[in-house]
Design a protein around this ligand. Structure first.
Ligand SMILES: NC(=O)c1ccc[n+]([C@@H]2O[C@H](COP(=O)([O-])OP(=O)(O)OC[C@H]3O[C@@H](n4cnc5c(N)ncnc54)[C@H](O)[C@@H]3O)[C@@H](O)[C@H]2O)c1
Length: 330
């Protein structure tokens, strides 16, 4: 099975959009490690040039009006046979303020990509979706068959992206795996840290480096310790899930599938802060402020489908996530 998976990946040439980003750079490096050829398309809007400087890379805004022709020429020049589409805007607050731009960027960019793939007969796609598609679920673990009710334009663009890919499957045979990531954190390599300071662990590290106490929003949720619970998945495990998805597309004839990517285990904000105290050796206080609108008390993945269909399991735990994230920014 492993030899077969490696053989499939070795024969592939993969276009990784958003490959200069935090997750995309991990995906690209793991693909190269496992023997695939990789070409990256990224406009470097939030991506970091050093992450792609030694790789095949084309600077391109996928949502630009002339992007289809450029994507087609990349596909032809590199004989691309599969695409992993990570390039997207991902700031929830910004998406609330700029919904038209988020739809143009995230849906317009995907539409251009699919038009180019169709024209060049490339029909395998792994799409970066998100647990934000679920909205405010009132369940212990989200399963892929639940009704999705995203509560902000960012989450909507992920759900609409899944629908667009499904429609392309029906119309011209695109085969797609949507991966709904839960809370991605950690670093697979020390030079690929999450530098965005948008998620709990980087935010807490930034506060500590500034000599401040991390702020926690809400300590009165109906959870065991009162803080929000999330499913933290190590970025290296997540990157590996993309390779499992590609390999699945290489061997299975199914047209459209959606998988959660998480550990199936929740950790509370207070538990994460305890882990950060242990790893950093800094004995800090926290500041608990009122709840933020739109934060579900608990958001965890049911991972039974990805376990059974892709044979993928998260290997790394919260301690390894925090340790690797700290090492990468220290
Ligand atoms: N980080 C998370 O916790 C998380 C959770 C769920 C889903 N996701 C999704 O994963 C993907 C990658 O996220 P990330 O955390 O690596 O973010 P990131 O900002 O580090 O990476 C996104 C990359 O896409 C590029 N990009 C953005 N818009 C583009 C466009 N129009 N054309 C070309 N390039 C463009 C950026 O320059 C950047 O390199 C996104 O689709 C995001 O929505 C991330």
């Amino acid at each position: 099975m492993l030899a077969c998976a490696l053989a499939i990946l070795r024969g592939m040439t993969v276009l990784v959009t958003g490959g200069a980003g935090y997750i995309g750079s991990h995906v690209a490096r793991l693909l190269l490690e496992r023997g695939s050829k990789v070409v990256i398309a990224d406009d470097l809007s939030t991506g970091i040039p050093s992450r792609v400087e030694n790789l095949e890379h084309v600077a391109l805004d996928l949502a630009a009006h002339d992007a289809v022709e450029t994507i087609r020429s990349i596909i032809r020049a590199h004989s691309v046979d599969s695409v992993i589409h990570l390039a997207a805007r991902k700031k929830v607050g910004e998406s609330v303020d700029l919904p038209e731009w988020y739809y143009k960027q995230n849906i317009g960019g995907l539409a251009n990509l699919l038009e180019a793939m169709k024209a060049e007969n490339v029909n395998r796609l792994v799409f970066s979706s998100s647990a934000a598609t679920y909205g405010m679920p009132d369940v212990a673990a989200c399963s892929e068959d639940m009704i999705c009710q995203p509560i902000n334009p960012y989450g909507e663009t992920k759900l609409v992206g899944e629908w667009l890919a499904r429609a392309a499957g029906r119309a011209w045979g695109l085969r797609v795996v949507n991966l709904r990531y839960f809370n991605v954190a950690g670093a697979g390599w020390d030079d690929l840290a999450d530098t965005a300071v948008a998620n709990l662990i980087p935010i807490a590290f930034a506060a500590l480096k500034a000599g401040k106490a991390p702020i926690v929003f809400g300590g009165d949720y109906p959870t065991a310790d009162g803080s929000c619970v999330r499913d933290y998945v190590h970025v290296h495990d997540l990157a590996d899930a993309h390779l499992s998805a590609l390999e699945y597309l290489g061997r299975d004839e199914r047209k459209f599938d959606t998988f959660n990517v998480g550990t199936g285990q929740g950790s509370s904000v207070f538990e994460v802060l305890d882990e950060i105290r242990r790893v950093t050796g800094i004995n800090f206080d926290k500041v608990v402020e009122p709840r933020r609108a739109g934060d579900p008390p608990s958001l965890c993945a049911d991972v039974s489908r990805i376990n059974s269909e892709l044979g993928w399991h998260a290997k790394k735990n919260l301690a390894e996530i925090v340790e690797s994230a700290w090492a990468a920014i220290s």
